[in-house]
Design a protein around this ligand. Structure first.
Ligand code: ADP
Ligand code: MG
Length: 608
């Protein structure tokens, strides 16, 4: 940055002296011109080595030609425009970086760790998995882990963008970088350093900004095509006219240094901005694709519904008591991350029941869990699973379940020792903003909305109707969901899939844009999604869409501005109104337009 500014000042000074005809300004212009050309040529060669044609290549050719022609004022102007574009680029990168650095400051340096003889303060880098960390009021959480004692009210805005405090109690997960507003607790360390959710997010944003995820935006693709066309065009022009001055002027007008800086700048800005609001976007191309989403496929549980189901009723059969049934099923469910499983386990714990994790178990995604307790087979899951596991039941028992389901309750069947012993009904609430979010997305151009669910037809129909979805598919296993997503791809516009990452990581990956909700506690969701909404907030899909539209508009405006500027420039060149010097000056002066336009992203109040 400092080097670029010194180059800029040297260039401006030498140009002023040159135009004031103060000697030995000519020599100064030559020296400054040659020196400032070196970094441009180096950068062009570097990208050529990576098999990329960059704007610097165009500039290097123009610079070399100008030097060979002794067009020293042109050399100065080209370098002036390249350098100023770089300074702007660095500036926005700095702005975007600040957004991330301000996040990095959230990591405490010193941690209070419980040891055999009290509490000792150690650097965060020395905390190990299993260490007991003491968190007091006002402390930031240094590592990821679980509360083993006490409670806290956490501001999780560093991860979610949402500062309304969340209460965390014994057994809950707490994440590095969040702030303990009130209360105090002891947590057991589970993840440190780069494994924590916080550090993962930061490195994701950084690699998204650096384009390291290997995903090009259409602007990147356009740039290389455009540069190639300009080069080939110049050669053809040379063959026909052999007028080097003319070609040099054309190259100087056409050098797309501004757009090469302005477009990535807009994407960086938007990615950083989104991150501040708990929306992690893994590359500019996803932002760019959002406005093209015409098909939206949504998972039901955890996406349209809260997924924090509450156990409502327990119906038992035979001599099984309801607290026995709850304790038994909670033990089995304690091994699963499924919202249903979490709800049942929580309910049993709140009732003060013992929840014993089984020694031997197997989870069947989208079906349920099979475990062994005192040598007896325990099966918890849906009707299909119960049948598959050959659990005996009577038709009257099933009709009891069906009447619950027709009222919109989820039913989990519990089989023990080969017989159906209990039905647990759960009520999952539809998110209050589900319908309005879908309506808004339709206003933003989404044509088809499809709901997928592993739940049965009755429940699916009720939820779909309530949120205004006409197409849904029920009774699906994760692989069926994947098949449906696949069947929609390539049909109507781009396909976005919104899910919670539980049992649907494959669908998140397959869709054109995979959007994971409530990704804060789920590494799987963060890893498989293209856009991760840290918070459990469906309406943020609309915000991401708005941001995508905004950046897309800016990119389009920039192309329009640049097209117009180039047309005027080329007209001036071909009518011999300006020569190389004028062409370089024209390019320099007009560089500011698209760059200033892109800076609007950082200022835009899309979300606030
Ligand atoms: P969805 O997210 O669409 O509801 P899932 O694939 O997550 O679909 O689950 C489908 C169904 O499988 C659930 O509605 C439930 O009946 C059953 N199921 C899945 N996992 C479990 C579990 N751990 N315990 C009990 N039932 C389960
Ligand atoms: Mg699900």
């Amino acid at each position: 940055m400092k080097v670029n500014i010194s180059i800029l000042i040297a260039l401006i000074l030498s140009l002023i002296l040159y135009y004031l005809k103060i000697s030995p300004s000519n020599n100064l212009l030559v020296i400054v011109g040659v020196l400032s050309t070196i970094p441009v040529v180096i950068s062009a060669i570097t990208s050529l080595k990576e098999k990329k044609v960059s704007v610097d290549l165009l500039a290097s050719i123009a610079l070399t030609a100008s030097i060979l022609h002794g067009e020293w004022a042109s050399v100065a102007f080209i370098n002036l425009m390249i350098t100023s574009a770089r300074i702007f680029g660095d500036y926005t990168e700095g702005q975007a970086d600040n957004a991330i650095k301000s996040l990095l400051k959230l990591r405490p340096e010193i941690v209070k760790v419980k040891t055999g003889n009290g509490i000792s303060q150690i650097p965060v880098a020395d905390v190990k998995i299993g260490d007991l960390v003491v968190i007091e009021t006002g402390d930031r959480i240094p590592v990821d882990g679980k509360i083993i004692e006490g409670t806290g009210n956490l501001d999780q805005s560093s991860l979610t963008g949402e500062s309304i405090p969340v209460t965390k109690i014994k057994g809950n997960e707490v994440l590095s970088s969040t702030l303990n507003l009130t209360g105090s607790f002891v947590m057991k360390t589970e993840k440190v350093g780069s494994d924590t959710t916080f550090e993962k997010i930061i490195s994701l944003i950084q690699s998204a900004q650096e384009g390291k995820l290997g995903i090009q935006t259409s602007a990147d693709k356009f740039a290389s095509i455009y540069i190639t066309i300009t080069l080939v065009g110049s050669i053809i022009l040379y063959i026909f006219t052999q007028n080097l001055t003319l070609i040099l002027s054309v190259l100087l007008v056409a050098c797309a240094d501004d757009i090469a800086v302005a477009i990535p700048m807009a994407f960086w800005g938007a990615i950083a901005k989104a991150a501040r609001h708990g929306i992690i976007i893994k590359g500019g191309s996803f932002l760019e694709a959002l406005p093209d989403v015409k098909t939206l496929v949504v998972d039901k549980t955890g996406t349209l519904t809260k997924g924090v189901v509450k156990t409502d009723r327990i119906i038992t059969f035979g001599n099984m008591k309801s607290h026995e049934a709850l304790s038994l099923i909670a033990g089995v469910e304690s091994v699963s991350e499924h919202p249903i499983a979490k709800a049942i386990t929580l309910h049993a714990k709140n009732d003060g029941l013992t929840v014993k994790t089984p020694q031997k178990f197997k989870e069947f995604a989208g079906k349920g869990i099979l475990a062994y307790e005192k040598g007896k087979k325990v099966v918890a899951g849906n009707l299909k699973f119960i049948k598959e596991q050959k659990i005996k039941f009577q038709d009257s028992q099933i009709s009891a379940a069906e009447s619950e389901e027709s009222e919109g309750y989820d039913v989990v069947y519990l089989g023990y020792g080969g017989k159906l012993v209990a039905l647990i009904t759960l009520a999952d609430q539809i998110r209050p903003d589900a319908k309005s979010t879908i309506d808004k997305l339709k206003q933003w151009g989404v044509k088809n909305v499809i709901m997928l669910t592993g739940d049965n037809e009755l429940i699916a129909a009720r939820v779909a109707k309530e949120v205004g979805i006409t197409t849904f598919h029920a009774n699906l296993l994760p692989e069926d969901k994947l098949k449906f997503v696949k069947s929609y791809i390539g049909k109507v516009g781009k396909v976005a899939y919104v899910g919670d990452g539980v049992n649907d990581a494959a669908s998140l990956k397959l869709a054109d844009i995979g959007i994971a909700m409530g990704a804060i506690g789920s590494d799987a969701a963060i890893e498989s999604a293209d856009i991760a909404l840290m918070q459990d907030d469906f309406s943020k899909v609309v915000l991401a869409m708005k941001l995508g539209k905004h950046v897309d508009n800016i990119a389009k405006q920039n192309f329009a501005i640049w097209g117009a500027v180039n047309a005027v420039g080329l007209f001036l060149v071909f009518s011999y109104i300006i020569g190389p010097e004028g062409a370089a000056a024209w390019n320099f002066v007009t560089d500011f337009l698209p760059i200033a336009n892109s800076l609007r992203v950082l200022r835009h109040k899309i979300i606030n």
